[in-house]
Design a binder for this molecule. Sequence first.
Ligand code: GUN
Ligand code: FE
Length: 426
Amino acid sequence: MKNIYGLKGNFVYTQDFGKFKIEENKIIIIENGIIKGIYNELPFHYKDIKVIDYKDKLIIPGFVDLHLHAPQFPNMGLGVDKELIPWLNCYTFPEESKYSDLKYAERVYRLLIKELWNVGTTRCCVFSTIHKDSTKLLFDLFNESGLGAYVGKVNMDRECPDVLIEDTIQSLKETELIAKEYINKYSLVKPIITPRFVPSCSFEMLKGLGEIAEKYDLPVQSHLCENTNEIEFVKTLEPESKNYSDVYYKANLFRENKTIMAHCIWLNENEIELLSKSKVFVAHCPTSNLNLSSGIAPIRKLIEKGINVGLASDISGGHTLSMPEVIVSSAQVSNLKWLYSNKTDEKLSTAELFYLATKGGGKFFGKVGSFEEGYEFDALVIDDMALNINNNLSLEERVQKFLYKGKEKNIIERYVRGNVVKEPKI
Ligand code: GUN
Ligand code: FE
């Protein structure tokens, strides 16, 4: 049976990179979760459907967080005065070792999902830990919530504390078991192959994961060129490879339009070409990159090379799950990059960053992150009355104001694939 309804309000989205599309006081029609169109008046053949009138409120696409670590939720705001490797050793690995305990995992994962809901993230790509059972629990809890997610069991077989080192064969076996169990189990929550990064994975592990990804046609996520010490470490571990990217490439982990690499701050020209040619997505994580003193990624350059980019919180390198806060950080690092490049590296505008946080990352999920016909209807309804002291703001200015000054309480409804998502129980 067809489920058709309409919503009335002010729609703001970015069909094209850098350009807000404004549909003021319009009606959107949703059929089985998919957008049929946006109209000035209710078309005659829809005259009997239910239309929810949101009056003067803003309706924007839900946010997409392209990279985050679920087990690091309790660590947000801790150790963020360190660099990557000491931070991993002092804070991250000790916390991640706790997720063999299912009770502990359940408590944290429920809180995490509730906070994702709270901040208006409707889709995300998530790392769990090496632990099979708590990873399965994370799939189930996301499904229960109604939010969309790719969930990956992390693989690690070298250069980390004993409690987190996996046997390579066993790790690959468990990864394949999860893939088989979850590939068709849920419609909004799907598995993703997740080698932590090259320093934590032997080449045998990476190759094995590349084979599983190929066999089940699965997406892949990992980290790349985040920190200069990390890159030096990769050179000593994989001296045969041309560069860091080449290690993943040789393991068949650069899957066309199906791989996300987080960070990509220090890529050389050959690596940028390789990522572009391989159609790898980049997850830009500016809050994390600021906290861990990692650097500023060359986002405009990557986009100009044809690379798909999305934004990401990377908690707990990042200290917040809020994508509006990530947008603000992205703008600020881009402003500094512009200034320190003698004003040659053009800044990223609010409309460009809004695109990256919605349609840019949404592309990884299919037709997600926009209000064009045929897109899945993921949306946030925003009551920004209290934010507007000056009532003459344009809709575009109201969106900017919400991104910079809005709070979670301004989001009064969340939709994922056409369904209202209620506050998750904890
Ligand atoms: N590189 C390898 N593991 C991690 C992690 O957990 N967070 C970040 N930011 N970088 C990593
Ligand atoms: Fe990360």
